[in-house]
Ligand binder design. Structure first.
Ligand SMILES: *Cc1c(COP(=O)(O)O)cnc(C)c1O
Length: 373
């Protein structure tokens, strides 16, 4: 039986052609050409003004939060259902992640919980668009405006997602993206900081340059301690090709999701990534959530997929369940319940209709077995 992997990037001839050009000619005077082009075309795709390519999304978040002044003793509010990369930069800066519950349908930040968690120490709200799903940006931006707190978008999983016509990552104080090999578009490893705020852009640019101010007359003169999270021209060459193909990459993700949705249509107690009206879900990772009433757990699903040589992936654990955050006092029943009965389905661009049929078959089988019990 052919193994079905859960993720794999779509990289082809165009990427190879650009990388060959970068490795052959992209040095000396031309050592930033692909980087500049990648930043420009990616920002255009989003409808944002400024972009800075980075070595990771983690790095983009770290610099962006540093530029917003997040520091010792500050608090940053985020959903408890998340990957560690969203929370780690908060810790790097000596601040405290404050975990609140997520919504049952979007698996993203519950705006009412955000409002309730605001204290005088709150320095930012981190809106993570989970698995392509969109946070309620209208509600979060309104709360941010009311309290004078910036809303940051971690859009690593939301390439192709749009909230009422606006690209995920383009609405908050800044957006951060990841081009890790598992994401909708890739540069192997890599990320992007995006903003339309000129002052914030300039602060991050200086930070990303080891604290050297652009246009300074003194060479090799850092004014303060900065960071080194740069993307190489070689990676940016891959990125340029991926941006040219971005509509195709997004459309394929959406087609894969729609095929699953069709195959699972009508199954009682099974829900998938929602797409709010007037919005578009980029469907980075098609995910199935089973109603508690079905009594089927994540482990049952994983075993069933394993038996069919299919890689399914566990839903994110609540961050407060991880060893480093266990001392945090949180009350997030939805986050804890979701991860017990949800699973990410394989969704790489090159998977076939037959592969998807096998995945769909396993879910039908698990539900039928339960019915017969
Ligand atoms: C992948 C991911 C990251 C981390 O991206 P890196 O480029 O690996 O640093 C951050 N946030 C979210 C939501 C992610 O999915």
């Amino acid at each position: 039986m052919k193994k079905i992997h859960y993720t794999k990037p779509s990289v082809g001839e165009l990427e190879a052609q650009y990388v060959l050009d970068a490795v052959t000619h992209g040095w000396g005077e031309r050592c930033y050409e692909y980087i500049t082009r990648f930043e420009k075309t990616f920002a255009e795709h989003l409808g944002a003004t400024y972009a800075i390519a980075t070595s990771s999304c983690t790095g983009a978040l770290h610099m962006g939060m540093a530029a917003l002044g997040v520091g010792a003793d500050d608090e940053v509010i985020l959903g408890n259902t998340n990957w560690i990369a969203s929370a780690a930069p908060i810790d790097y800066l000596g601040a405290r992640p404050v975990f609140v519950d997520v919504l049952e349908d979007s698996w993203c930040l519950d705006p009412r919980q955000v409002r309730a968690a605001i204290t005088p120490k709150t320095k930012a709200i981190l809106a993570v668009h989970l698995y392509g799903n969109l946070c309620d940006m209208d509600a979060l931006l309104a709360i941010g405006a009311e309290f004078g707190i910036p809303v940051i978008e971690d859009a690593a999983e939301a390439i192709g997602s749009q909230w009422q016509g606006k690209a995920a990552g383009s609405m908050g104080a800044f957006g951060a993206f990841s081009f890790h090999g598992t994401k909708t578009m890739t540069t192997g490893e890599g990320g992007m900081f995006v903003t339309s705020d000129r002052a914030l852009y300039e602060r991050v640019l200086t930070l990303s340059n080891h604290g050297r101010v652009a246009g300074s007359t003194r060479q090799f003169w850092p004014d303060f301690i900065g960071f080194k999270y740069k993307m190489s021209n070689l990676q940016a060459a891959i990125g340029c090709a991926q941006v040219e193909r971005i509509d195709e990459l997004i459309e394929r993700k959406r087609a894969i999701f729609n095929r699953y949705a069709q195959g699972l249509h009508g199954l009682v107690g099974v829900s998938m990534n929602p797409q709010p009206t007037h919005s578009r879900n980029g469907y980075w990772m098609p995910t199935v959530v089973l109603d508690e009433a079905l009594g089927i757990t994540r482990d049952t699903l994983i075993e069933a997929f394993k038996a069919q040589e299919i890689d399914a992936r566990v839903f994110f654990w609540p961050l407060s369940s991880l060893p480093m955050f266990q001392a945090h006092d949180v009350d997030t029943p939805v986050s804890f319940s979701l991860c017990e009965r949800a699973i990410n389905l394989p969704s790489y661009h090159d998977m076939t209709d037959e592969d998807q049929g096998r995945v769909i078959g396993v879910i039908h089988h698990v539900l039928k077995c339960k019915e017969l019990q």
